[in-house]
Design a protein around this ligand. Structure first.
Ligand SMILES: C[S@@+](CC[C@H](N)C(=O)[O-])C[C@H]1O[C@@H](n2cnc3c(N)ncnc32)[C@H](O)[C@@H]1O
Length: 251
């Protein structure tokens, strides 16, 4: 088990990969909230309720597409991300789309710096699998939410991550959760370390309950089409296990 600072390796990878990632994902993401690979969208799932004039905080906003889509529906959005490169893209995207969104370079570990601000909605799309201390983050989110405020977050489905798409066999134990680090060689011959946290569904549910938030829904959506995320998802596996899981919680 890696003993160093997971957040540091994760930041380095996202700063390095940002340009490639932003080229690969679709600009269609700036129209609606897309919940993740094959994971449907807000128009179909209706998890956020009426969003106009609501204060929204997005955690791990990347290129800002989710906040931009919500700002187009008149939400007042703030997006945070650990990667300065991703934040640069987010600011550029917002300008290009003609919407006003505040983007801040800030890691999950420091979101208490946003106090005493309060938000009606906290949203996070495919980002909390990179969170080092989900326990602390959920408690901080609860403090940043108004009474009855909601947290909606999607991550990669933990079951999906266990299967090797090449031979469809289970490649690791569900019980071996924690920080996973993969060494990558990029076409320019540079070496990078991709890191994320695998957590069991029961661990996530228990952390939500420990934070004082109420879990309202777990959604395992499956849209057969996905022109938004596309990259790296093998159809044979996707057809059997949805890659996206969504949690909706309320204060
Ligand atoms: C898969 S991307 C998702 C980006 C965006 N939500 C989207 O839908 O395209 C994950 C994002 O989480 C950010 N991230 C990872 N660890 C973070 C941390 N500790 N604090 C804040 N952001 C983090 C990354 O920089 C990256 O932009």
């Amino acid at each position: 088990m890696y003993k160093g600072n997971g957040e540091k390796i994760i930041k380095e990878w996202w700063d390095s990969a940002s340009e490639y990632y932003q080229k690969e994902i679709s600009a269609d993401k700036m129209i609606d909230v897309e919940y993740g690979p094959f994971g449907s969208n807000e128009e179909k799932l209706k998890l956020l309720g009426k969003i106009s004039n609501k204060k929204v905080l997005e955690l791990g906003c990347g290129g800002g597409q989710v906040s931009i889509a919500l700002a187009k529906k008149r939400a007042i959005c703030t997006g945070i991300d650990i990667s300065y490169k991703q934040i640069e893209f987010a600011r550029k995207n917002a300008k290009g789309e003609g919407v006003n969104v505040e983007f801040i370079e800030l890691p999950f570990s420091n979101i208490d710096k946003l106090k005493p601000r309060k938000f009606n909605v906290v949203i996070s799309i495919m980002a909390l699998q990179y969170c080092t201390n989900l326990n602390a983050l959920l408690k901080n989110v609860r403090n940043l939410l108004v009474k009855n405020g909601i947290l909606v977050f999607s991550i990669e489905h933990p079951f999906y991550l266990l299967i090797d798409p090449k031979d469809m066999k289970i490649k690791e134990s569900y019980f071996n959760s924690g920080l996973k680090i993969k060494k990558e060689k990029w076409p320019d011959k540079s070496t990078h370390y991709f890191a994320y946290y695998e957590r069991k569904i029961s661990d996530i549910v228990n952390l939500i309950m420990d934070s004082g938030l109420k879990l309202e829904r777990i959604i395992e959506p499956f849209d057969t089409q996905d022109k938004i995320w596309g990259i790296g998802y093998r159809r044979a596996l996707v057809n059997k296990i949805a890659p996206t899981i969504i949690f909706k919680c309320r204060k």
